[in-house]
Design a binder for this molecule. Sequence first.
Ligand SMILES: NC(=O)c1ccc[n+]([C@@H]2O[C@H](COP(=O)([O-])OP(=O)(O)OC[C@H]3O[C@@H](n4cnc5c(N)ncnc54)[C@H](OP(=O)(O)O)[C@@H]3O)[C@@H](O)[C@H]2O)c1
Length: 289
Amino acid sequence: MKRLAVIGPGKVGRTLARLFHVAGVFEIGALLARKDETPGDAAAFIGAGEPGGSLAHADIILIAVPDPVMETVIAGLAGERLKSGVIIAHTSGALGPELFAPLARKDVHTGCAHPVKAFSDPERSVATYAGTMTTLQGDAPARSELAKAFQAIGGQTLDLPDGIDRTLYHAAIVFMANHLPALVQAGLETFAHAGISRADGLAITGPILHDTLEAVLEKGPAAALTGPVARGDAATVARHLEKLNAADPDLAVLYAALARATADLSAEKGEASAEGLLAIGEMTQPEHD
Ligand SMILES: NC(=O)c1ccc[n+]([C@@H]2O[C@H](COP(=O)([O-])OP(=O)(O)OC[C@H]3O[C@@H](n4cnc5c(N)ncnc54)[C@H](OP(=O)(O)O)[C@@H]3O)[C@@H](O)[C@H]2O)c1
């Protein structure tokens, strides 16, 4: 069995290592971190591994350190004794394959393996990993080995084209996956201003949120659009904005920005009245002095 070393066995590193260990995909070797206690804690969680072991025996080195130190940690491997043909991968979303430039002259294969999942609690992440998409970049041997490994633990993989803008790639994921909770929170605050409890707010909108998300994923955002903006109902949107502004101007600003985006999407769809959309666009423009 091939041997996996993990540099940075934090939330992502230890979750993946445990999944690889339990599925018998890799033997777990060196676990390296910054604090003395981290590799031992990680080994206990994984159920295997060698805290502080050597990288020289690893067939795969997974680097899951925080983004700000990723470049330095990878560059540091240029001075390490490594196995010939070793595969070195990092798990960052925002950083790309360019970080491997310092290793270009070594006999190594390199790749990016970004699991598109929120790893907040390792125990929960292990239990909910199945179906997670991991995007891959890098040379062909690295992508092929990583695809096999991530699929063997129940995940999906997708090769990303060379030369994509990783910052915008990452921003797109943040837009959809991380801003959704913020959007739901804004809705719950609006419910609170209306006199409706958080529990009732979630009960009221739970079914429509599920249904809308399913429709968006199935038919695309424009086809899934409903509501006053989509209907070009400028009078209703104006009343929403007036009340929101009185309750909490920050909520009004967020609503207005999203209403503009929704109006643009409706215009693309071509169903709402042109005058209604024009009026919504005008009333949600930010005011300039
Ligand atoms: N969290 C997510 O939802 C998520 C999702 C996808 C991808 N990612 C990416 O995965 C990577 C790791 O994220 P994470 O959330 O797992 O971070 P994390 O929980 O903070 O874990 C980072 C690990 O790196 C170690 N470390 C820190 N500085 C180090 C250094 N200079 N040398 C060696 N080890 C060092 C830490 O050890 P100590 O305990 O000793 O400090 C810790 O074990 C990042 O690139 C992140 O962008 C994260």
